[in-house]
Design a protein around this ligand. Sequence first.
Ligand SMILES: Nc1nc2c(c(=O)[nH]1)N[C@H]1C(S)=C(S)[C@@H](COP(=O)(O)OP(=O)(O)OC[C@H]3O[C@@H](n4cnc5c(N)ncnc54)[C@H](O)[C@@H]3O)O[C@H]1N2
Ligand code: MOO
Length: 439
Amino acid sequence: MTAAPRWDEAMCLAAGIAPLMPAVDRPLADCAGAVLAHDVHAPMPIPHFDSSAMDGFAVAGPPPWILEDGCPALAGSAGATLLPGRARRVFTGSPVPAGASGIIRREYSAVTHDGPPASGSGHARLDLAPGSPVSELEPGRHIRRAGRESAAGEVLVPGGTVLSPAHIAYAAVAGLDVLPVRRRPRVALIQTGDEVRATGLPAVGEVRDAFGPQLPAYLHLLGADVVSQVRIGDDPAETRRALESALGGPGAGADDDADAEEVAPAADLVLTTGATGRSAADHVRRVVEDMAQEVVFEELDMRPGHPTMCTRLPGAATWHVGLPGNPLAAMVAMRVVVEPFLRAALGLPPAPVARVQLAAGAPAATVERLTPARRITAGAGTVEARTDGAEQQWKLCDRTGSNMLRGLSQADGLVVLPPRAVEPGRQVDCLELPWTARS
Ligand SMILES: Nc1nc2c(c(=O)[nH]1)N[C@H]1C(S)=C(S)[C@@H](COP(=O)(O)OP(=O)(O)OC[C@H]3O[C@@H](n4cnc5c(N)ncnc54)[C@H](O)[C@@H]3O)O[C@H]1N2
Ligand code: MOO
Protein backbone atom coordinates (compact mmCIF):
# COMPACT_ATOMS: atom_id res chain seq x y z
CA MET A 1 0.00 0.00 0.00
CA THR A 2 1.28 3.48 -0.82
CA ALA A 3 1.84 5.88 2.07
CA ALA A 4 -1.32 7.78 2.99
CA PRO A 5 -0.93 11.47 2.04
CA ARG A 6 -1.43 14.31 4.49
CA TRP A 7 -4.16 16.91 3.87
CA ASP A 8 -1.82 19.29 2.01
CA GLU A 9 -0.40 16.51 -0.17
CA ALA A 10 -3.93 15.30 -0.89
CA MET A 11 -4.88 18.80 -2.07
CA CYS A 12 -1.97 18.77 -4.56
CA LEU A 13 -2.70 15.24 -5.74
CA ALA A 14 -6.37 16.02 -6.32
CA ALA A 15 -5.54 19.19 -8.25
CA GLY A 16 -2.89 17.31 -10.25
CA ILE A 17 -5.19 14.59 -11.61
CA ALA A 18 -8.10 16.87 -12.53
CA PRO A 19 -8.75 17.09 -16.29
CA LEU A 20 -9.09 20.68 -17.52
CA MET A 21 -12.68 21.12 -18.67
CA PRO A 22 -13.15 22.14 -22.33
CA ALA A 23 -14.25 25.67 -23.23
CA VAL A 24 -17.91 26.00 -24.20
CA ASP A 25 -19.81 29.07 -25.41
CA ARG A 26 -22.57 29.94 -22.97
CA PRO A 27 -25.23 32.68 -23.20
CA LEU A 28 -24.41 35.66 -21.01
CA ALA A 29 -27.39 35.08 -18.73
CA ASP A 30 -25.95 31.69 -17.74
CA CYS A 31 -22.39 32.88 -17.14
CA ALA A 32 -22.46 34.25 -13.57
CA GLY A 33 -20.01 32.24 -11.47
CA ALA A 34 -18.52 30.45 -14.51
CA VAL A 35 -14.79 30.56 -15.23
CA LEU A 36 -13.79 32.39 -18.41
CA ALA A 37 -11.77 29.94 -20.50
CA HIS A 38 -9.61 32.52 -22.29
CA ASP A 39 -9.18 36.28 -22.76
CA VAL A 40 -12.21 37.99 -24.29
CA HIS A 41 -11.58 40.98 -26.58
CA ALA A 42 -13.79 43.94 -27.42
CA PRO A 43 -15.38 43.35 -30.85
CA MET A 44 -15.87 47.12 -31.31
CA PRO A 45 -14.84 50.31 -29.52
CA ILE A 46 -16.75 50.93 -26.28
CA PRO A 47 -18.74 53.08 -26.51
CA HIS A 48 -19.03 52.60 -30.24
CA PHE A 49 -20.22 56.12 -31.12
CA ASP A 50 -19.85 59.65 -29.74
CA SER A 51 -22.89 60.34 -27.57
CA SER A 52 -24.23 63.04 -25.32
CA ALA A 53 -23.75 62.62 -21.57
CA MET A 54 -26.52 65.16 -20.85
CA ASP A 55 -30.01 66.16 -21.90
CA GLY A 56 -29.50 69.49 -23.72
CA PHE A 57 -28.18 70.77 -27.03
CA ALA A 58 -25.37 69.82 -29.35
CA VAL A 59 -23.74 73.09 -30.47
CA ALA A 60 -21.21 73.97 -33.16
CA GLY A 61 -18.83 76.85 -32.38
CA PRO A 62 -19.24 79.74 -29.92
CA PRO A 63 -22.66 81.14 -28.82
CA PRO A 64 -25.20 82.23 -29.74
CA TRP A 65 -26.62 79.46 -31.89
CA ILE A 66 -29.67 79.05 -34.09
CA LEU A 67 -31.69 76.17 -32.73
CA GLU A 68 -32.60 73.82 -35.57
CA ASP A 69 -35.40 72.08 -33.67
CA GLY A 70 -37.21 75.38 -33.09
CA CYS A 71 -36.93 76.28 -36.75
CA PRO A 72 -38.64 73.80 -39.06
CA ALA A 73 -36.92 75.23 -42.10
CA LEU A 74 -33.54 74.38 -40.60
CA ALA A 75 -34.39 71.13 -38.89
CA GLY A 76 -31.73 68.69 -40.02
CA SER A 77 -31.89 64.94 -39.67
CA ALA A 78 -30.18 63.50 -36.60
CA GLY A 79 -27.33 62.34 -38.81
CA ALA A 80 -26.76 65.58 -40.71
CA THR A 81 -23.63 67.60 -39.98
CA LEU A 82 -24.21 70.47 -37.59
CA LEU A 83 -23.02 73.67 -39.21
CA PRO A 84 -21.14 76.36 -37.21
CA GLY A 85 -23.54 78.61 -35.30
CA ARG A 86 -26.22 75.93 -35.12
CA ALA A 87 -27.58 73.87 -32.22
CA ARG A 88 -29.67 70.72 -32.13
CA ARG A 89 -31.58 69.14 -29.24
CA VAL A 90 -30.05 65.94 -27.83
CA PHE A 91 -30.84 63.60 -24.98
CA THR A 92 -28.54 61.58 -22.78
CA GLY A 93 -27.19 58.81 -25.00
CA SER A 94 -28.13 60.51 -28.32
CA PRO A 95 -25.50 60.32 -31.07
CA VAL A 96 -23.58 63.58 -31.26
CA PRO A 97 -23.95 65.08 -34.75
CA ALA A 98 -20.80 65.52 -36.80
CA GLY A 99 -19.60 69.10 -36.54
CA ALA A 100 -20.73 69.53 -32.91
CA SER A 101 -18.09 71.11 -30.68
CA GLY A 102 -19.84 70.31 -27.41
CA ILE A 103 -23.09 69.83 -25.51
CA ILE A 104 -24.84 72.51 -23.47
CA ARG A 105 -26.82 70.88 -20.69
CA ARG A 106 -30.45 71.89 -20.51
CA GLU A 107 -30.10 73.71 -17.14
CA TYR A 108 -27.47 76.09 -18.62
CA SER A 109 -29.41 76.87 -21.78
CA ALA A 110 -31.55 79.87 -22.64
CA VAL A 111 -33.86 79.62 -25.65
CA THR A 112 -35.44 82.76 -27.10
CA HIS A 113 -37.67 83.12 -30.13
CA ASP A 114 -37.34 85.87 -32.77
CA GLY A 115 -40.99 85.56 -33.73
CA PRO A 116 -44.02 84.15 -31.91
CA PRO A 117 -43.16 80.43 -31.42
CA ALA A 118 -46.72 79.35 -32.19
CA SER A 119 -46.57 80.99 -35.63
CA GLY A 120 -43.93 78.56 -36.78
CA SER A 121 -41.99 81.44 -38.36
CA GLY A 122 -38.81 83.08 -37.14
CA HIS A 123 -35.77 81.57 -35.47
CA ALA A 124 -35.29 80.00 -32.09
CA ARG A 125 -32.03 81.22 -30.58
CA LEU A 126 -29.99 79.32 -28.07
CA ASP A 127 -27.57 80.99 -25.67
CA LEU A 128 -25.75 80.10 -22.51
CA ALA A 129 -28.01 81.03 -19.55
CA PRO A 130 -26.71 83.92 -17.42
CA GLY A 131 -24.53 82.67 -14.55
CA SER A 132 -23.62 79.38 -16.27
CA PRO A 133 -20.05 78.14 -15.74
CA VAL A 134 -17.72 78.99 -18.62
CA SER A 135 -16.55 75.38 -18.58
CA GLU A 136 -19.83 74.61 -20.32
CA LEU A 137 -18.25 76.00 -23.50
CA GLU A 138 -15.13 73.81 -23.36
CA PRO A 139 -14.63 71.85 -26.59
CA GLY A 140 -15.94 68.31 -26.22
CA ARG A 141 -17.95 69.20 -23.10
CA HIS A 142 -20.42 66.41 -22.13
CA ILE A 143 -19.47 64.28 -25.12
CA ARG A 144 -18.78 60.63 -24.36
CA ARG A 145 -16.16 59.78 -26.94
CA ALA A 146 -16.24 56.48 -28.84
CA GLY A 147 -13.57 54.10 -27.58
CA ARG A 148 -13.09 55.99 -24.32
CA GLU A 149 -13.81 52.88 -22.24
CA SER A 150 -12.07 50.40 -24.50
CA ALA A 151 -10.58 50.31 -27.97
CA ALA A 152 -11.65 47.55 -30.36
CA GLY A 153 -9.53 44.46 -29.70
CA GLU A 154 -8.61 45.35 -26.12
CA VAL A 155 -8.96 42.59 -23.49
CA LEU A 156 -12.30 43.05 -21.75
CA VAL A 157 -11.96 40.22 -19.24
CA PRO A 158 -8.89 38.02 -18.84
CA GLY A 159 -9.13 34.23 -19.08
CA GLY A 160 -9.41 32.47 -15.73
CA THR A 161 -11.73 35.09 -14.27
CA VAL A 162 -14.70 33.89 -12.25
CA LEU A 163 -17.44 35.87 -13.94
CA SER A 164 -19.37 38.31 -11.80
CA PRO A 165 -22.54 40.23 -12.72
CA ALA A 166 -20.25 43.19 -13.52
CA HIS A 167 -18.22 41.17 -16.04
CA ILE A 168 -21.42 40.01 -17.69
CA ALA A 169 -22.79 43.55 -17.89
CA TYR A 170 -19.50 44.71 -19.45
CA ALA A 171 -19.53 41.86 -22.00
CA ALA A 172 -23.14 42.74 -22.88
CA VAL A 173 -22.44 46.42 -23.55
CA ALA A 174 -19.47 45.32 -25.65
CA GLY A 175 -21.96 43.55 -27.93
CA LEU A 176 -21.19 39.96 -26.96
CA ASP A 177 -23.94 37.33 -26.70
CA VAL A 178 -21.97 34.34 -25.42
CA LEU A 179 -18.76 33.86 -23.47
CA PRO A 180 -16.28 30.97 -23.66
CA VAL A 181 -16.39 29.36 -20.23
CA ARG A 182 -15.09 26.12 -18.80
CA ARG A 183 -17.74 23.42 -18.95
CA ARG A 184 -18.99 22.66 -15.47
CA PRO A 185 -17.48 19.37 -14.28
CA ARG A 186 -20.11 16.62 -14.18
CA VAL A 187 -20.43 14.83 -10.87
CA ALA A 188 -22.33 11.59 -10.32
CA LEU A 189 -23.34 11.23 -6.69
CA ILE A 190 -23.84 7.77 -5.17
CA GLN A 191 -24.94 7.52 -1.56
CA THR A 192 -24.70 4.30 0.41
CA GLY A 193 -26.18 3.14 3.66
CA ASP A 194 -29.16 0.89 4.42
CA GLU A 195 -29.63 2.86 7.60
CA VAL A 196 -29.84 6.28 5.91
CA ARG A 197 -33.29 7.93 5.77
CA ALA A 198 -34.07 10.81 3.43
CA THR A 199 -37.00 12.29 5.39
CA GLY A 200 -38.67 12.33 8.76
CA LEU A 201 -37.44 11.35 12.18
CA PRO A 202 -35.01 8.41 12.10
CA ALA A 203 -35.62 5.37 14.31
CA VAL A 204 -32.88 3.87 16.51
CA GLY A 205 -30.24 2.44 14.16
CA GLU A 206 -31.21 4.88 11.40
CA VAL A 207 -29.69 8.29 10.56
CA ARG A 208 -31.04 11.22 8.59
CA ASP A 209 -29.16 11.78 5.34
CA ALA A 210 -26.64 14.57 5.89
CA PHE A 211 -25.43 14.59 2.28
CA GLY A 212 -28.34 14.32 -0.15
CA PRO A 213 -29.92 17.69 0.62
CA GLN A 214 -26.69 19.71 0.50
CA LEU A 215 -23.95 18.09 -1.58
CA PRO A 216 -25.54 19.10 -4.93
CA ALA A 217 -25.67 22.72 -3.74
CA TYR A 218 -22.14 22.52 -2.33
CA LEU A 219 -20.87 21.06 -5.62
CA HIS A 220 -22.74 23.72 -7.57
CA LEU A 221 -21.08 26.37 -5.43
CA LEU A 222 -17.74 24.83 -6.44
CA GLY A 223 -18.68 25.14 -10.12
CA ALA A 224 -19.85 21.57 -10.79
CA ASP A 225 -23.17 20.05 -11.82
CA VAL A 226 -24.57 16.93 -10.20
CA VAL A 227 -25.74 14.93 -13.24
CA SER A 228 -27.12 12.00 -11.28
CA GLN A 229 -27.85 11.28 -7.66
CA VAL A 230 -28.69 7.78 -6.52
CA ARG A 231 -29.06 6.08 -3.19
CA ILE A 232 -28.04 2.46 -2.96
CA GLY A 233 -28.16 -0.19 -0.28
CA ASP A 234 -25.13 -1.89 1.25
CA ASP A 235 -24.82 -4.45 -1.50
CA PRO A 236 -21.77 -5.17 -3.68
CA ALA A 237 -23.67 -5.88 -6.92
CA GLU A 238 -25.74 -2.71 -6.54
CA THR A 239 -22.59 -0.74 -5.78
CA ARG A 240 -20.90 -2.00 -8.94
CA ARG A 241 -23.95 -1.26 -11.08
CA ALA A 242 -24.17 2.28 -9.74
CA LEU A 243 -20.48 2.93 -10.42
CA GLU A 244 -20.70 1.49 -13.96
CA SER A 245 -23.76 3.59 -14.64
CA ALA A 246 -21.88 6.74 -13.63
CA LEU A 247 -19.20 5.87 -16.21
CA GLY A 248 -21.68 6.58 -19.00
CA GLY A 249 -22.78 4.55 -21.99
CA PRO A 250 -26.18 3.31 -23.25
CA GLY A 251 -28.88 3.62 -20.62
CA ALA A 252 -26.48 4.98 -18.04
CA GLY A 253 -28.05 7.46 -15.69
CA ALA A 254 -31.38 7.08 -17.52
CA ASP A 255 -34.66 7.10 -15.64
CA ASP A 256 -36.80 3.97 -15.82
CA ASP A 257 -39.05 5.52 -18.45
CA ALA A 258 -36.22 7.12 -20.44
CA ASP A 259 -34.87 5.71 -23.70
CA ALA A 260 -32.46 2.96 -22.67
CA GLU A 261 -30.43 3.54 -25.83
CA GLU A 262 -29.75 7.15 -24.94
CA VAL A 263 -26.02 7.56 -24.38
CA ALA A 264 -25.38 9.39 -21.12
CA PRO A 265 -22.14 11.34 -20.96
CA ALA A 266 -19.63 9.98 -18.46
CA ALA A 267 -19.27 11.88 -15.24
CA ASP A 268 -15.93 13.60 -14.71
CA LEU A 269 -16.08 12.68 -11.04
CA VAL A 270 -17.98 9.93 -9.27
CA LEU A 271 -18.52 10.83 -5.65
CA THR A 272 -19.64 8.19 -3.18
CA THR A 273 -20.57 8.66 0.44
CA GLY A 274 -19.98 6.02 3.08
CA ALA A 275 -18.78 2.43 2.89
CA THR A 276 -15.12 3.40 2.51
CA GLY A 277 -14.16 1.53 5.71
CA ARG A 278 -12.76 -1.97 5.85
CA SER A 279 -15.68 -3.78 7.47
CA ALA A 280 -17.81 -6.50 5.86
CA ALA A 281 -20.51 -3.93 5.08
CA ASP A 282 -18.19 -1.43 3.33
CA HIS A 283 -18.65 -2.40 -0.32
CA VAL A 284 -17.52 0.81 -1.99
CA ARG A 285 -13.90 0.25 -1.01
CA ARG A 286 -13.82 -3.35 -2.22
CA VAL A 287 -15.71 -2.78 -5.48
CA VAL A 288 -13.70 0.32 -6.35
CA GLU A 289 -10.40 -1.38 -5.56
CA ASP A 290 -11.47 -4.12 -7.95
CA MET A 291 -12.52 -1.75 -10.75
CA ALA A 292 -9.84 0.95 -10.39
CA GLN A 293 -7.36 1.58 -13.21
CA GLU A 294 -5.20 3.77 -11.03
CA VAL A 295 -5.06 4.41 -7.30
CA VAL A 296 -4.24 7.97 -6.26
CA PHE A 297 -4.64 7.21 -2.57
CA GLU A 298 -6.40 4.50 -0.61
CA GLU A 299 -6.74 6.58 2.52
CA LEU A 300 -5.42 9.81 4.01
CA ASP A 301 -3.15 10.57 6.93
CA MET A 302 -5.76 13.04 8.11
CA ARG A 303 -8.32 13.28 10.92
CA PRO A 304 -11.18 13.35 10.45
CA GLY A 305 -11.54 11.81 7.05
CA HIS A 306 -8.81 9.17 6.98
CA PRO A 307 -10.85 6.54 5.03
CA THR A 308 -11.20 8.96 2.05
CA MET A 309 -10.06 7.24 -1.15
CA CYS A 310 -9.32 8.44 -4.69
CA THR A 311 -8.97 6.33 -7.84
CA ARG A 312 -9.45 6.43 -11.60
CA LEU A 313 -12.22 4.21 -12.86
CA PRO A 314 -12.30 2.53 -16.29
CA GLY A 315 -13.01 4.88 -19.18
CA ALA A 316 -11.68 8.12 -20.46
CA ALA A 317 -11.23 10.34 -17.44
CA THR A 318 -13.63 9.44 -14.70
CA TRP A 319 -12.21 9.82 -11.26
CA HIS A 320 -13.70 8.52 -8.07
CA VAL A 321 -13.55 10.06 -4.64
CA GLY A 322 -14.97 7.99 -1.83
CA LEU A 323 -16.08 10.22 1.03
CA PRO A 324 -16.33 8.60 4.46
CA GLY A 325 -19.78 8.15 5.95
CA ASN A 326 -19.16 10.16 9.11
CA PRO A 327 -20.65 13.57 8.20
CA LEU A 328 -17.85 15.87 9.41
CA ALA A 329 -15.22 13.50 7.97
CA ALA A 330 -16.99 13.69 4.59
CA MET A 331 -17.18 17.49 4.67
CA VAL A 332 -13.49 17.77 5.52
CA ALA A 333 -12.71 15.45 2.60
CA MET A 334 -14.85 17.64 0.35
CA ARG A 335 -12.71 20.65 1.28
CA VAL A 336 -9.38 18.82 1.02
CA VAL A 337 -9.94 16.60 -2.03
CA VAL A 338 -13.05 17.54 -4.02
CA GLU A 339 -12.67 21.31 -3.91
CA PRO A 340 -9.04 21.30 -5.22
CA PHE A 341 -10.03 18.77 -7.91
CA LEU A 342 -12.91 20.94 -9.14
CA ARG A 343 -10.92 24.19 -8.98
CA ALA A 344 -8.17 22.64 -11.12
CA ALA A 345 -10.75 21.20 -13.54
CA LEU A 346 -12.08 24.74 -13.98
CA GLY A 347 -8.59 26.13 -14.50
CA LEU A 348 -8.55 27.96 -11.16
CA PRO A 349 -5.45 28.13 -8.96
CA PRO A 350 -5.61 26.35 -5.61
CA ALA A 351 -7.42 28.28 -2.89
CA PRO A 352 -4.67 29.67 -0.65
CA VAL A 353 -4.07 28.13 2.75
CA ALA A 354 -4.44 30.94 5.28
CA ARG A 355 -2.30 31.38 8.39
CA VAL A 356 -4.54 32.44 11.25
CA GLN A 357 -4.13 33.24 14.93
CA LEU A 358 -5.89 31.11 17.50
CA ALA A 359 -7.56 33.22 20.19
CA ALA A 360 -7.55 30.64 22.93
CA GLY A 361 -5.03 28.01 21.92
CA ALA A 362 -5.66 24.28 22.13
CA PRO A 363 -4.50 21.42 24.35
CA ALA A 364 -2.13 18.78 22.96
CA ALA A 365 -3.86 16.22 20.76
CA THR A 366 -2.61 12.77 19.83
CA VAL A 367 -2.91 13.38 16.08
CA GLU A 368 -3.11 16.38 13.74
CA ARG A 369 -6.78 17.36 13.38
CA LEU A 370 -8.65 19.58 10.95
CA THR A 371 -11.04 21.31 13.29
CA PRO A 372 -13.96 23.64 12.54
CA ALA A 373 -13.25 27.16 13.81
CA ARG A 374 -14.74 30.60 13.39
CA ARG A 375 -13.43 34.13 13.05
CA ILE A 376 -13.83 36.47 15.94
CA THR A 377 -12.82 40.09 16.24
CA ALA A 378 -10.44 40.49 19.15
CA GLY A 379 -11.89 42.87 21.72
CA ALA A 380 -15.16 43.08 19.79
CA GLY A 381 -17.33 45.76 21.31
CA THR A 382 -14.36 47.67 22.75
CA VAL A 383 -12.23 48.29 19.65
CA GLU A 384 -13.48 49.32 16.28
CA ALA A 385 -13.51 46.35 13.92
CA ARG A 386 -10.52 46.66 11.60
CA THR A 387 -10.67 45.70 7.99
CA ASP A 388 -7.00 44.70 7.64
CA GLY A 389 -7.59 41.55 9.67
CA ALA A 390 -5.04 42.59 12.32
CA GLU A 391 -7.56 42.23 15.10
CA GLN A 392 -8.90 39.01 13.72
CA GLN A 393 -8.46 35.77 15.59
CA TRP A 394 -10.01 32.33 15.31
CA LYS A 395 -11.84 30.35 17.91
CA LEU A 396 -12.28 26.60 17.82
CA CYS A 397 -15.89 25.50 17.56
CA ASP A 398 -17.43 23.08 20.05
CA ARG A 399 -18.86 19.68 19.12
CA THR A 400 -16.49 18.71 16.36
CA GLY A 401 -16.51 14.92 16.57
CA SER A 402 -16.25 13.31 13.15
CA ASN A 403 -19.92 12.23 13.32
CA MET A 404 -21.04 15.75 14.29
CA LEU A 405 -22.09 18.80 12.30
CA ARG A 406 -22.83 21.35 15.02
CA GLY A 407 -19.29 22.77 15.06
CA LEU A 408 -19.07 22.91 11.27
CA SER A 409 -22.40 24.70 11.04
CA GLN A 410 -20.88 27.57 13.06
CA ALA A 411 -17.48 27.53 11.35
CA ASP A 412 -15.75 29.80 8.85
CA GLY A 413 -12.90 27.40 8.23
CA LEU A 414 -10.99 24.30 9.24
CA VAL A 415 -7.88 25.02 11.28
CA VAL A 416 -5.11 22.45 11.31
CA LEU A 417 -4.34 21.62 14.93
CA PRO A 418 -0.91 20.02 15.30
CA PRO A 419 -0.38 17.04 17.60
CA ARG A 420 1.02 19.29 20.37
CA ALA A 421 -0.36 22.06 22.54
CA VAL A 422 -1.00 25.38 20.78
CA GLU A 423 -0.64 28.54 22.86
CA PRO A 424 -3.12 31.39 22.46
CA GLY A 425 -2.06 33.80 19.71
CA ARG A 426 -0.04 31.16 17.80
CA GLN A 427 -0.59 30.86 14.07
CA VAL A 428 -1.95 27.73 12.42
CA ASP A 429 -2.91 26.74 8.88
CA CYS A 430 -6.54 27.27 7.99
CA LEU A 431 -8.70 26.15 5.08
CA GLU A 432 -11.49 28.67 4.76
CA LEU A 433 -14.89 27.30 3.83
CA PRO A 434 -16.13 28.31 0.39
CA TRP A 435 -19.55 29.49 1.57
CA THR A 436 -18.19 31.98 4.08
CA ALA A 437 -16.53 34.44 1.67
CA ARG A 438 -15.73 37.63 3.57
CA SER A 439 -17.86 40.63 2.80
N1 LIG B 1 -12.86 -0.72 13.12
C1 LIG B 1 -12.84 0.54 12.61
N2 LIG B 1 -14.00 1.19 12.51
C2 LIG B 1 -14.00 2.44 12.00
C3 LIG B 1 -12.81 3.06 11.61
C4 LIG B 1 -11.60 2.33 11.72
O1 LIG B 1 -10.52 2.80 11.37
N3 LIG B 1 -11.68 1.06 12.22
N4 LIG B 1 -12.82 4.33 11.13
C5 LIG B 1 -13.93 5.13 11.55
C6 LIG B 1 -13.93 6.36 10.78
S1 LIG B 1 -12.75 7.45 11.21
C7 LIG B 1 -14.84 6.64 9.83
S2 LIG B 1 -14.89 8.15 9.06
C8 LIG B 1 -15.85 5.67 9.44
C9 LIG B 1 -15.82 5.48 7.95
O2 LIG B 1 -16.87 4.70 7.65
P1 LIG B 1 -17.40 4.48 6.18
O3 LIG B 1 -16.83 5.44 5.23
O4 LIG B 1 -17.25 3.05 5.88
O5 LIG B 1 -18.92 4.90 6.36
P2 LIG B 1 -20.13 4.07 6.91
O6 LIG B 1 -19.65 2.93 7.73
O7 LIG B 1 -21.02 3.81 5.80
O8 LIG B 1 -20.77 5.15 7.86
C10 LIG B 1 -20.09 5.68 8.96
C11 LIG B 1 -21.09 6.49 9.79
O9 LIG B 1 -21.62 7.51 8.99
C12 LIG B 1 -23.02 7.42 8.94
N5 LIG B 1 -23.53 7.85 7.62
C13 LIG B 1 -23.34 7.23 6.46
N6 LIG B 1 -23.99 7.88 5.47
C14 LIG B 1 -24.58 8.92 6.05
C15 LIG B 1 -25.41 9.94 5.57
N7 LIG B 1 -25.76 10.02 4.25
N8 LIG B 1 -25.87 10.88 6.44
C16 LIG B 1 -25.55 10.81 7.75
N9 LIG B 1 -24.73 9.85 8.26
C17 LIG B 1 -24.29 8.91 7.43
C18 LIG B 1 -23.32 5.99 9.20
O10 LIG B 1 -24.64 5.79 9.65
C19 LIG B 1 -22.26 5.66 10.23
O11 LIG B 1 -22.67 6.09 11.50
O12 LIG B 1 -15.62 4.42 10.02
C20 LIG B 1 -15.28 4.44 11.42
N10 LIG B 1 -15.19 3.11 11.89
O1 MOO C 1 -11.61 9.91 9.98
MO1 MOO C 1 -13.09 9.43 10.53
O2 MOO C 1 -12.94 9.91 9.06
O3 MOO C 1 -12.37 10.26 11.87
O4 MOO C 1 -14.41 10.26 10.93
